[in-house]
Design a binder for this molecule. Structure first.
Ligand SMILES: *[C@@H]1O[C@H](CO)[C@@H](O)[C@H](O)[C@H]1NC(C)=O
Length: 504
């Protein structure tokens, strides 16, 4: 009996390892001030769908100079019971974890630098954070210090920040609480701010803010969150300003990939073109783009504002296939942003971002932030970006399992392992874009051979197509599907009306 049981045990262990290493976290930040927005932009805790995220993070609280927590809007958070309502979302999803974030861009860096430098104020900070978390029923605390040793911080911040989170960990472990952080993404910024192995050791999740990579301060148009370098990025430093280099950089500096959550921006960065006739990537700009009706901030637009503006017409949208993100322009306004298609590609690709991917799949994704999603479904179905993430992670996890099952050559028990792909029958189409098929990966990939990176159409069904991704030394098909009624068009590389698609 010995040998058979041993093999069965080994296969089970492998499957278990796989399931436990799944890329399944979807961390969603919520900026509570969206309650004050007007019209369709107003977003309250009640607008959150508690089943689209695994972790929800309430943003932000601040700190006083002694390290104690400072409520930035106590009327909303406490008197109007926003903290309590936020945590009550767990009654609608028992697996949901909630956290509260301290810091953010507006809080700056200097207070945090001073507090982290003193053992006394660190202890005050940690005790006050514990008190906040326990008083209101959060499951953990998220630190958004932007950024250690930058923006007025000191060189010693790198070490002091590592000490701070080590001490946080000691206290939080006694209470079974989560400790996470939002961190800078690009390699240059990481090298200034972090002791990466320490962060990886003490944090449960490292939320990598892989956006704000280009904006109007560059003086030319550029993408908020390009997946890869563009051919216009010619210098060595410019080649590092993208999502792939950021995640690879975190891993090569010693981060455990399973602790990384790839940050996805539910917004774009906007620009005013110097000359409306020059509207490509790298075009000269006179400054930030006009502010949107809800976020009211020059130089950025929520995804909801972008899609609503596009409904009104007049925009030209270009898919940048090098960087795997779209940009749109109209008159002198230019926006680089993410849509459900680019988000699905990033969510699928995070499992394969480094070549020996099977052991290095990331922990999941993070979004900033839920209130600029199309949460009302103004442009199509509700929550198109979060639904694209859910589908993409389901498909990607299935593909990983198939790989490992193939490798073991063992009994293909994917039906039980396939549990990571959640099909809740809530597979909403994502506007005129494609949805990643969270259905049957095994049946779907049968008979298709990938020989190079890019899209191929299913020879038997024009509604289905695959993205071929380099995994190790071979190409792996990721099954995707157009909305019903549409066919995949090899010429435009998108889903299109059947009468416009040749070869079907
Ligand atoms: C992604 O990053 C890795 C590591 O830096 C690099 O080797 C690879 O070429 C990058 N991929 C693309 C498509 O740029």
């Amino acid at each position: 009996m010995g040998r058979k049981i041993l093999i069965a045990l080994l296969v089970n262990c492998l499957l278990w390892e796989l399931v436990s290493a799944a890329t399944d976290k979807v961390v969603c930040y919520h900026g509570s001030w969206s309650k004050y927005r007007s019209g369709n932009g107003q977003f309250t805790v009640n607008d959150i769908d508690p089943n689209l995220c695994t972790h929800l993070i309430y943003s932000f609280v601040g700190i006083n100079t002694d390290g104690s927590i400072l409520l930035l809007d106590s009327t909303l958070d406490v008197n109007n019971a926003n903290f309590a309502n936020f945590n009550a979302l767990k009654t609608r999803n028992a697996a949901l974890k909630t956290l509260v974030a301290v810091g953010g861009w507006g809080e700056g860096s200097t207070k945090y630098s001073a507090v982290a430098a003193s053992a006394t104020s660190r202890a005050t900070f940690i005790q006050s954070a514990l008190n906040l978390v326990q008083t209101y029923g959060f499951d953990g605390f998220d630190i958004d210090w932007e950024y250690p040793a930058q923006r007025g911080g000191a060189a010693a911040d790198v070490q002091n920040y590592a000490t701070l989170i080590k001490e946080f960990r000691t206290v939080f472990d006694k209470h079974g609480l989560l400790l996470t952080a939002a961190v800078a993404a690009t390699p240059g910024s990481v090298d200034q701010s972090y002791d990466v192995p320490a962060l990886s050791k003490y944090l449960d999740i490292i939320n990598v803010m892989a956006y704000d990579i280009h904006a109007s301060w560059d003086g030319v148009t550029g993408q908020n969150a390009p997946l890869y370098a563009s051919s216009i990025d010619t210098t060595a430093s410019a080649k590092l300003l993208n999502v792939n280099a950021s995640i690879s950089g975190w891993i090569s500096r010693g981060a455990d990939p399973q602790k990384l959550a790839l940050g996805l921006g539910v917004y774009g960065r906007s620009f005013t073109l110097s000359n409306s006739a020059i509207s490509g990537l790298g075009a000269p700009v006179s400054g930030a783009g006009n502010s949107g009706p809800y976020t009211l901030e020059a130089g950025m637009l929520g995804y909801n504002e972008i899609c609503e503006a596009q409904l009104a017409g007049g925009w030209t949208t270009v898919w940048d296939d090098e960087q795997k993100v779209p940009y749109s322009f109209k008159g002198d306004q230019w926006i680089g942003y993410d849509n459900p298609r680019s988000i699905a590609i990033k969510a699928s690709i995070i499992l394969f971002i480094v070549n020996y991917a099977k052991s290095l799949n990331l922990g999941g994704v993070m979004i900033w932030s839920i209130e600029t999603e199309d949460f009302r479904g103004i442009c199509g179905s509700k929550y198109p970006i979060l639904n694209a993430i859910k589908s993409a992670l389901g498909t990607a996890n299935e593909n990983i399992e198939e790989n490992v099952n193939d490798d073991t050559g063992g009994n293909d028990d994917a039906s039980s392992g396939g549990g990571t792909a959640v099909d809740d029958g809530n597979d909403t189409p994502v506007g005129d874009e494609t949805v990643v098929d969270d259905g049957t990966a095994s049946g779907g990939t049968g008979g298709v051979t990938c020989t190079q990176a890019g899209y191929i159409r299913d020879p038997a069904d024009c509604n289905k197509f695959y993205y071929c991704l380099l995994v190790g030394s071979s190409y792996q098909p990721l099954a995707q599907q157009c909305n019903s009624n549409l066919y995949f068009d090899l010429e435009s590389q998108t889903c299109n009306w059947p009468q416009l698609v040749s070869g079907c």
